[in-house]
Ligand binder design. Structure first.
Ligand SMILES: [Zn+2]
Length: 430
């Protein structure tokens, strides 16, 4: 598509060019972008043409003719940029995409990324700070949740949420993440992790989702985004905050974390009973494991009751049984929904890359830079293609979750999505 525009521009075939870009202009230039009183957004003339220089990853420099068109009705002038040119950027989409992937997806430091780029030739005076600016630029382009919706993904019904610690100037900062399995929908830093901070952060997330979902026509103007369930690792402040913001949400507690806490209680029990015969320990372990494996809320509750009777004089075990009893809904809610995750492990997998990223480089130079960096990381995590040999080889997480990109490279998809919904911009996309 882009090379087509390019050819027509170069050869001055303006009539053919106008015919070619007409449907795209109609799709991409809503009436709000025309002058007031514009009555027809479907007829344009060529206004002017100028050259633009573009730099590729391997040092290649190209000169690209850029054409400007004028609306025949209101006389507003628009620049027609092919999807491989990003506004205000000298490098082409391929180059920018690969640099961002190196830095945010492969865990290279700013310095390493900048060095690799300088090896490709040409560009002088390259500094790590430039990569830093590039990451911040990406992070400020558009929120990852809006990008995913513009790529055609509907707001997730079942969420995972988790917190992560990071360090900023030797102080601890907390990163709050929301995902649909591995696909990251939101990331935000919090200075404290009390219930109020979580409530505020979750509220901000939900309000953002409302706006994006309405704009992308997933919600009616008066409707709100209401996730059905959220799986957490059991942090009470976060769980309470979710219920405070979304009163109908079903809380699900990650089974792995549940199992770990049961193991801790059993270890404690063994220490308190050093002479416990091994068969007896096996029995206790089996009794406790069967609770978390219960196939229904009724079975879960019944197994708790039996064990409360069985271990009525064992305070360590009773304490754990009572916690499990209090959390019976959180551990069995997952059984109500086919698509809700029982474990927070998928999010952990994505976070692992973030962890490595945070460890190798002091990415967080300033507080205001954290959220854009998180957003940029989430975008690259979701849009870059998995390497050959991977289970999802060749496609990105976003594609795995249903986004149709028709072979367009991810940086160009992103570029298009800054304008509007992919499906509307390229009507032939299916
Ligand atoms: Zn107009």
């Amino acid at each position: 598509m882009c090379s087509q525009i390019f050819n027509l521009c170069v050869h001055g075939r303006h009539k053919a060019l106008l015919e070619y870009i007409q449907p795209l202009l109609s799709a991409q230039l809503p009436v709000e972008q025309h002058h007031q009183g514009c009555t027809d957004q479907n007829h344009y003339t060529i206004h002017s043409q100028r050259n633009r220089h573009l730099q590729g990853l391997l040092g290649t420099r190209e000169t690209i003719p850029i054409c400007r068109v004028r609306c025949q009705s209101c006389r507003a002038v628009f620049t027609v940029l092919p999807s491989f040119i990003l506004r205000y950027r000298r490098q082409d989409a391929d180059c920018l995409g690969k640099l961002l992937e190196m830095n945010l997806g492969m865990g290279l430091t700013l310095r390493e990324t900048a060095t690799l780029y300088s090896w490709m030739g040409i560009e002088h005076g390259w500094q790590p700070g430039w990569i830093w600016n590039l990451v911040q630029w990406l992070g400020n382009l558009l929120p990852v949740f809006l990008l995913l919706m513009r790529m055609g993904l509907s707001p997730p019904k079942h969420l995972l949420s988790d917190e992560k610690f990071a360090v900023l100037n030797a102080e601890q900062v907390n990163l709050f993440l929301v995902s649909e399995q591995e696909l990251i929908w939101y990331g935000k830093s919090m200075t404290t992790i009390d219930e109020d901070s979580f409530t505020q952060t979750i509220e901000t997330f939900c309000v953002g989702m409302d706006g994006a979902a309405r704009a992308s026509e997933y919600l009616e103007a008066e409707d709100e985004y209401v996730p059905i369930s959220v799986t957490t690792d059991g942090w009470i402040a976060a769980q309470n905050a979710w219920v405070a913001v979304v009163s109908s949400v079903s809380l699900i507690e990650c089974k792995l974390h549940g199992n770990k806490r049961v193991s801790c209680s059993l270890d404690e029990y063994v220490k308190a009973h050093p002479d416990l015969p091994s068969e007896q320990l096996e029995q206790v372990t089996a009794d406790f494991n069967s609770i978390l494996k219960a196939p229904s809320l009724a079975a879960f509750s019944q197994r708790i009751r039996r064990n409360l009777v069985r271990y009525h004089d064992e305070p360590i075990l009773l304490k754990r049984l009572n916690i499990l009893k209090d959390k019976r809904f959180r551990f069995t809610n997952v059984l109500k929904f086919k698509d809700a995750p029982a474990y927070s492990a998928p999010l952990d997998r994505s976070i692992r890359f973030l962890d490595e990223k945070l460890e190798v480089s002091g990415q967080f130079r300033a507080e205001h830079a954290i959220d854009p960096m998180l957003n940029a990381w989430a975008i690259v995590n979701n849009l870059r293609a998995f390497l050959p040999g991977a289970q999802k080889a060749g496609q990105s997480l976003a594609q795995f979750f249903g986004a149709k990109v028709k072979g367009i490279p991810w940086m160009e998809v992103l570029n298009l999505c800054t304008v509007g919904t992919l499906q509307n911009l390229i009507p032939t996309l299916s």
